[in-house]
Design a protein around this ligand. Structure first.
Ligand code: IFM
Length: 470
């Protein structure tokens, strides 16, 4: 068995809006994620996993699991309910008790400032990230958090999955219907997020120079459908447009040349202002958070642009296609690909030379409690084991992988699939329409991961379909 280092950060992840519930309690302001157009037959985040009322029990479970770090989120509008710049004392008090109890249990809180939820007030008043006013809102929020939690939170994430946060109108309030204008909005919002991120990093250096901060990126591992030069170039284009454009902005404060050219020639280049360069180049993150679930496969673009897909796939530079070599499952229709994590993280390190922590990785499954009152999830254990095994190989190769936080610590609500799509190590007993008591039940994967943490690694695995079935 590969022994992971003693100080390896074994963790688990959640985000605030997907677990907390209590959407209108404790002085919290409305958020985009509260007000989205939800199908009433699908659970929303009003109760979610009711972590707001179960937080102590949840931390006890984390301690039982042996977590070294808990990658969590603050709900922006719980701390800053409106645009006045005045924090909500009740919101801060909720996180005070949670963070203090985590620390008491020896678990490091690793907090994401912005994980998809935007204060609705900012969207209503000035269009959210479409306006530069949002940069000031984010910065004030960051200032409140950095100051209030100084010395207790020593690791921060600026933004979770900027690609999704800016592409999904339901999360950021971008209602533009015209596809070209919508795309332009996406790139403008993303540019504003990058400015906000750099300002926040510089601010943390002043407020708490010993704390660490970095982005959380949904890395895109893109394979060409064939070895034709055109398909290979299409795969490179896709990685530049969906991953490196964001990470280059986070780390280097500039677009990759290909992306700058692409945006300019497609009338998508954002509006900039004098002085932006100094902001973007004025700070650098300490680490990169890696979110990875699956790889994708593309081929050379032929035919007209298909606007009927998420904005980040709308392009004349590549076309999405199937990867026939990977096993698939209900919620993993692109395929399960542990080696892709290795490929993706190696590229990230070679490009940026920063420590990396896996901030999300996990397998969704539609689960219910069994007749024995338990949840047996061998599929999840297999998925996690094979990805952790790849981390061991990376460590042997000398890549600075400092931790692993599977998604998710407990079942969370997904924006479009409610509780049908479960990722947790801990089961939350509720249905789509009836939150019941949200009783916690430890899945088999909980006990398995507990052993992984205790023994510092996973036993050697047999090759299986999950490694590809060429
Ligand atoms: O639930 C999401 C999370 O909010 C961001 N990363 C992907 C997860 C699974 O879809």
């Amino acid at each position: 068995m590969k022994q992971f280092p003693e100080n390896f950060l074994w963790g688990a992840s959640t985000s605030a809006f997907q677990v907390e519930g209590a959407y209108n309690e404790g002085g919290k302001g409305p958020a985009t994620t509260d007000l989205g157009a939800h199908d009433p037959s699908i659970a929303d985040n009003k109760v979610a996993a009711d972590h707001y009322h179960h937080w102590k029990e949840d931390v006890d479970l984390m301690a039982e699991l042996g977590l070294k770090v808990y990658r969590m989120g603050f709900a922006w509008s719980r701390i800053m309910p409106d645009t006045s710049g005045e924090p909500n004392p009740e919101g801060l008090a909720f996180y005070d008790q949670l963070i203090d109890y985590l620390l008491e249990k020896g678990i490091e809180p690793f907090v994401t400032l912005y994980h998809f939820e935007c204060p609705q007030a900012a969207v209503d008043e000035f269009g959210g990230w479409l306006s530069r006013k949002m940069i000031d809102q984010y910065l004030r929020y960051a200032e409140v958090c950095f100051t209030h939690f100084k010395g207790r939170v020593k690791r921060w994430a600026t933004v979770n999955e900027q690609l999704i946060a800016t592409a999904a109108g339901i999360l950021n309030g971008n209602q533009e219907k015209d596809p070209q204008k919508n795309l332009k909005n996406v790139y403008q919002m993303s540019y504003n997020v990058s400015l906000a991120e750099h300002k926040a990093i510089s601010l943390l250096r002043n407020i708490d120079p010993t704390a660490l901060i970095g982005p959380v990126c949904a890395i895109q591992v893109v394979y060409p459908q064939s070895s034709s030069s055109e398909d290979v170039l299409a795969a490179e284009n896709a990685e530049e447009l969906m991953e490196f454009y964001l990470l280059d902005m986070s780390v280097r404060g500039e677009y990759p040349p290909y992306v700058e050219h692409y945006l300019k020639t497609h009338d998508l280049f954002p509006e900039t202002e004098p002085g932006d360069q100094d902001i973007l180049k004025g700070s650098k993150p300490d680490f990169i958070g890696i979110n990875y679930y699956f790889s994708i496969c593309v081929r050379e673009k032929v035919g007209p642009i298909n606007y009927n897909q998420p904005p980040f796939w709308v392009s004349d530079a590549f076309d999405l296609c199937e990867n026939p070599y990977l096993p698939k499952s209900e919620w993993m229709d692109r395929g399960i690909d542990p080696v892709g994590l290795h490929i993706g993280m190696r590229k990230v390190y070679n490009r940026y030379r920063l420590p990396m922590i896996v901030t999300e990785n996990g397998l969704a499954w539609s689960e219910t409690l069994g007749e024995d009152g338990k949840v047996h999830d061998p599929y999840r254990i297999d998925y996690l084991a094979r990805h952790i095994q790849q981390l061991g190989i990376m460590l042997d190769e000398g890549l600075p992988v400092i931790g692993y936080c599977p998604w998710s610590f407990l079942d969370v609500v997904s924006s479009h699939q409610g509780f049908k799509k479960r990722y947790g190590l801990v089961y939350v007993d509720r249905t789509e329409t009836d939150p019941k008591q949200c009783t916690r039940v430890k899945k088999d994967s909980f006990y398995w991961y507990q052993k992984v943490i205790r023994e510092h690694g996973v036993p050697a695995l047999q090759a299986s379909q999950s490694n590809g079935n060429k």
